[in-house]
Design a protein around this ligand. Structure first.
Ligand SMILES: Cc1ncc(COP(=O)(O)O)c(C=O)c1O
Length: 367
């Protein structure tokens, strides 16, 4: 089966060398050499000295919202088309999600809808760079700053993406930006995450909260949990992070090849990217003209794995009670019914792309 994603790993010997160093140091966690090195690498890459490493992107989102000190029950605007983690983080913090629709072309938050729904009760805005494609941060940050509302960006898919001359993760691009280094991402530490804060004060709050709420003196000053990344995970992350630029450029080429081969399928559309931005291409998403599930089934029969990934969160049992009466989330629902992510990973070959494209085109009578 051709997988939809596949982690690219460094040579085992390179990892083994770092493991030997960890073994002899007997330092397995607590921000030793490799967690610190991972942070330094990410700080240099993202041009942000306030990047902190964590055990996962999920915990990064929980702790980012916790660090903002928002009042219980405070409203958070959040798109419905994102991963469950994004909204879970709001609920773990006893905040209240208010769902926002997406733009059916970019699949990112619909900034006009965001503007419509923002109110004096809004306490935070939580937005996601869907599939690694930068969302319109000028509009989101503009409307948030005009009202003094903090912005948490779920950049789980965004390592290596660029926004108008800045790296996603640059301190100007959100109060907190949260990256995932899980195994499905373009760079990975098996499990892991990074939080890029906007300033030293916000980064300091993450430092307390990711380590049970205290620092060296064991005195709790904030409610924390165990969000520490182990040295073993961090070491793997150090090896893959160094490849980020090359990997993202390669992924863009693969996406171009898909576009060239699928562009003539009537009614088939691609996720559109904002001008002046570089997607990290965590995924390659198409919008099927029709019969998406039948296409996915046919591809599976042909030995090709695909994923839809996101379903409208506002329709799920846990989140449905937060849906406002008369909420119009029509574009979220329409996109969720049409979207399909085709195989995209660092080692995907041109021949693989051609085979997948040919099967898709044939399904729609263009083979
Ligand atoms: C959009 C989004 N946010 C958050 C997460 C959670 O990240 P992690 O798996 O590192 O906890 C994911 C995971 O894939 C994701 O896709």
């Amino acid at each position: 089966m051709l997988p939809v994603s596949r982690p690219a790993l460094p040579p085992l010997s390179a990892f083994a060398e770092l493991l030997e160093d960890i073994w002899s140091s007997r330092m397995l966690s607590n921000f030793g050499k490799y967690a610190r090195r991972l942070e330094e690498q990410a700080q240099a890459d993202l041009r942000n000295p306030f990047v902190r490493a964590l055990v996962s992107g999920d915990i990064g989102l929980v702790l980012s919202l916790a660090s903002l000190g928002l009042p219980e029950g405070g409203e958070c605007l959040v798109q419905s088309f994102t991963f469950n983690s994004t909204v879970n983080a709001i609920l773990w913090n006893r905040l209240r999600p208010v769902f926002v629709d997406i733009d059916p072309r970019t699949l990112n938050v619909d900034t006009a809808d965001l503007e419509r729904r923002v109110s004096p009760a809004t306490r935070a805005i939580v937005v996601t760079h869907i599939f690694g494609s930068p969302l319109d941060l000028d509009r989101v940050l503009g409307l948030a700053r005009a009202r003094g509302i903090p912005v948490v960006v779920d950049a789980a898919h965004g390592y290596g993406a660029e926004y108008r001359g800045m790296r996603i993760g640059d301190p100007r691009l959100g109060d907190y930006q949260v990256f995932s280094l899980s195994g499905t991402k373009q760079v990975t530490s098996a499990e892991g995450g990074l939080v890029a804060a906007a300033n030293a004060g916000l980064a300091g709050r993450i430092e307390f909260r990711r380590a049970y709420g205290f620092q060296n003196d064991y005195v709790s000053r904030a409610l924390g949990l165990n969000g520490k990344i182990s040295e073993i995970h961090a070491a793997l992350g150090c090896l893959t992070l160094g490849e980020a630029d090359r990997v993202v450029v390669e992924r863009a080429k693969k996406a171009e090849r898909y576009r060239a081969r699928l562009g003539s399928v009537p009614g088939l559309a691609f996720q559109e990217h904002l001008a002046g931005c570089r997607s990290a291409y965590k995924d390659f998403a198409i919008l099927c003209p029709e019969r998406r599930d039948a296409l996915a089934g046919q591809l599976a029969t042909d030995g090709i794995q695909t994923k839809t990934y996101f379903r409208p969160l506002h329709a799920m049992p846990l989140f449905e009670p937060f849906r406002g009466r008369g909420d119009d989330l029509a574009d979220t629902e329409a996109v969720a019914a049409r979207v399909l992510c085709l195989p995209m990973f660092n080692e995907l070959s041109d021949a693989d792309i051609d085979r997948v494209s040919e099967r898709v085109a044939r399904f729609y009578g263009r083979g």
